[in-house]
Design a protein. Sequence first.
Length: 97
Amino acid sequence: MARISKSELIKLQKKLKTDAAIGEKFGITRQAVCHIRQVYGIDSNRAKNDERNAKIIALYKSGKTGTAIAKKVGLAVSQTYRIIGHHKKSRKLTKKK
């Protein structure tokens, strides 16, 4: 197994974002990086997605465009609109019930 310290893994996670990118840097699989993260007790970046998505929805409701939101949160415009669309779709489903 690759020897990655906890502090190094945290820094890499902020810089490279994904387990796959970190694994590529060390020549190991994404699953191995995930395992190392779990051993150290470090959450994945995906754990922060709900918080980020809520921010995106709030900005959209306040009248910001998808492009402006994407720049602000550091996502692709298409991903930003996907999150907004998913939110609209889930709201429609809950209203029907």
